[in-house]
Ligand binder design. Sequence first.
Ligand SMILES: *[C@@H]1O[C@H](CO)[C@@H](O)[C@H](O)[C@H]1NC(C)=O
Ligand SMILES: *[C@@H]1O[C@H](CO)[C@@H](O)[C@H](O)[C@H]1NC(C)=O
Ligand SMILES: *[C@@H]1O[C@H](CO)[C@@H](O)[C@H](O)[C@H]1NC(C)=O
Length: 196
Amino acid sequence: MASSMLKTHSFIFFLILFFITVIANRWSDSEIFGKYISISSLGLKRERLSHLHFYFHDVVSGKNATAIRVTAEASLTNRSSPFIFGDVYVVDDPLTIEPGVNSKMVGKAQGSYVVASQGELSLLMVLNFDFTEGKYNGSTLSVLGRNEVLSAAREMPIVGGSGVFRFARGYAQARTHSITQIHAIVEYNVFVFHYC
Ligand SMILES: *[C@@H]1O[C@H](CO)[C@@H](O)[C@H](O)[C@H]1NC(C)=O
Ligand SMILES: *[C@@H]1O[C@H](CO)[C@@H](O)[C@H](O)[C@H]1NC(C)=O
Ligand SMILES: *[C@@H]1O[C@H](CO)[C@@H](O)[C@H](O)[C@H]1NC(C)=O
């Protein structure tokens, strides 16, 4: 009787020890892989809202072109569509402080846009704004959104950023300032939450 109770006790003792060991191991594995940290450990203080204002220059042809059409094309690219559905452009477009292309440059918009609608002239924009001015020098914002270019105001999400824009989220508003066959100038107002 006493001996069987002893056996039961030591069994329970080993069972508890076993679970403690398992949980402790699990804990330390997951601590190595990922854990909660404080915001201040990354040097982040508080969230701020910034407003950036600049002009985007998209030059699609000529000696100074900043947007080039990708000539590779799927056999199904719909040439019969009046909206050049399926066209892909790669851009390195200057961002300037005034509408004039020779005004002070504050960065570049690098990435691509795809004509992604058969029913209207609508683009999928996949861009990084690479800033070169002041406290934003070296920092980027990433844009992923829909741009229906013929409407007066378009809104595109800012999905992230780097440098001073780490953890960024916000939106960009685009309005066409002027447009010719060759050169579109688009006014951008960007509103973005980020830390400082
Ligand atoms: C290209 O840019 C240069 C320098 O800004 C300018 O002098 C020239 O007129 C431009 N050429 C065209 C075709 O726009
Ligand atoms: C091509 O575009 C035209 C005009 O938008 C549309 O009517 C037609 O259905 C499209 N064809 C295909 C195969 O998608
Ligand atoms: C931006 O940073 C680069 C690299 O650190 C530097 O060469 C450049 O002069 C800076 N530009 C401005 C406008 O501060």
